[in-house]
Design a binder for this molecule. Structure first.
Ligand code: AQP
Length: 328
């Protein structure tokens, strides 16, 4: 059976972009593959963070996984920092990565420019930790949003390089990226990706937002002066982004949505989209709140998942140490 693996950073509340680009694929793949989905808390440390917030976010993201349909009886759900092999392999892969390769990573360039002189070395080596996350588990498929494609490509290159230099050890993973919905844009600036850590919460719809907040954010989402519902991401990014969100949640194609709103304006479309999102998010939000009311169940799911993940990772690291000649 093929193995799928992916993760979310506990850097804030999970948004509809994370759901459409990544989590919706996890829910599907947990029935078709041996699935590993986890919380990358070490990745969350690559930018300034508050330990209390990180702790809260870990539970919140774990609750979101479950509330959005990831099932611990089907998938292994775990916490990266509970499996020390991730950081061990990351060091080895860092020694295989060329400076030029790391410098080309667009996420590093974007995030480093936001944090200027405070950009950490960890932010620079993040892709090697992500490569370790993937390669430790003999992963075949990595379901992700478009922004993580370059990092999976690096993981592929490192797997191939390691295998060539030290003998066949790693499976070369394939990214799985949806044709549409792989890059949901910010509601307040459709030229930027919807992001958990965006300065303004107006840019994203969180899977924990209440009905009023969802309606308000959709009402104020940036569109254009054309006035008709259309789909042309290059020339009309705002309205096209809203049509994409509507299409991904309802299952109707952009063409069907445009036809449905022929002769109607943005106001009517936004009212319908807000209602679609309210109906989609309300049960997730309620389930999330129930799970968060007693953290015992979440902690136990993560501990059990981490124990299972450790078994797989320990086995792989033995093979790696042996290939590298450091096993005596
Ligand atoms: N806007 C998006 N549209 C579609 N998919 C997205 N993903 C992220 N943003 C979008 C996908 O969600 C998964 C989890 O993302 P992450 O937590 O690893 O961090 P990220 O990619 O950096 O996402 P964020 O929300 O922008 O987080 P911050 O603000 O912390 O950097 C990934 O598969 C990602 O591709």
């Amino acid at each position: 059976m093929q193995r799928s693996l992916s993760a979310i950073q506990p850097t804030g509340v999970v948004h509809i972009g994370n759901y459409i680009g990544a989590i919706s694929q996890f829910v599907k793949l947990q029935d078709e593959t041996e699935a590993f989905y986890f919380l990358v808390d070490y990745h969350a440390m690559t930018v300034p963070f508050d330990p209390k917030e990180l702790n809260k976010n870990l539970l919140q993201v774990a609750a979101t996984y479950l509330a959005a349909g990831v099932d611990p009886t089907k998938a292994t759900i775990f916490q990266q920092s509970q499996v020390s092999e991730h950081t061990e392999l990351a060091w080895i892969l860092a020694c295989l990565t060329k400076m030029g390769e790391a410098e080309r990573m667009t996420q590093f360039k974007d995030k480093a420019s936001k944090h200027a002189e405070r950009a950490s070395v960890g932010l620079f080596t993040y892709p090697m930790l992500m490569a370790a996350d993937i390669l430790l588990y003999d992963t075949n498929i990595v379901p992700i949003g478009d922004d993580q494609k370059q990092h999976v490509e690096l993981a592929r290159d490192l797997a191939e390089r390691f295998n060539k230099m030290y003998g066949e050890t790693f499976v070369v993973p394939q990214p799985m990226i949806k044709k549409t919905g792989a890059r949901i844009m910010a509601l307040d600036d459709p030229m930027k990706k919807m992001s958990k850590s965006s300065v303004s919460p107006k840019g994203y719809i969180a899977l924990s937002d209440d009905d009023k907040t969802i309606a308000k954010k959709i009402r104020s989402a940036q569109t254009d002066s054309v006035g008709t519902v259309g789909y042309d991401p290059n020339h009309r990014p705002g309205i096209s982004n809203l049509v994409t969100i509507c299409s991904e949640i309802t299952g109707s194609s952009p063409a069907q949505i445009i036809k449905e709103f022929e002769g109607k304006g943005y106001k009517e479309f936004k009212e319908v989209l807000a209602q679609v999102l309210i109906e989609f998010i309300a049960p997730i939000r309620t389930h999330q709140a129930e799970l968060l009311a007693d953290k015992g169940e979440l902690v136990s799911i993560l501990n059990n998942g981490s124990a299972r993940a450790r078994e797989v990772a320990e086995k792989k690291m033995k093979q790696v140490r042996s290939a590298l000649g450091i096993k005596l």
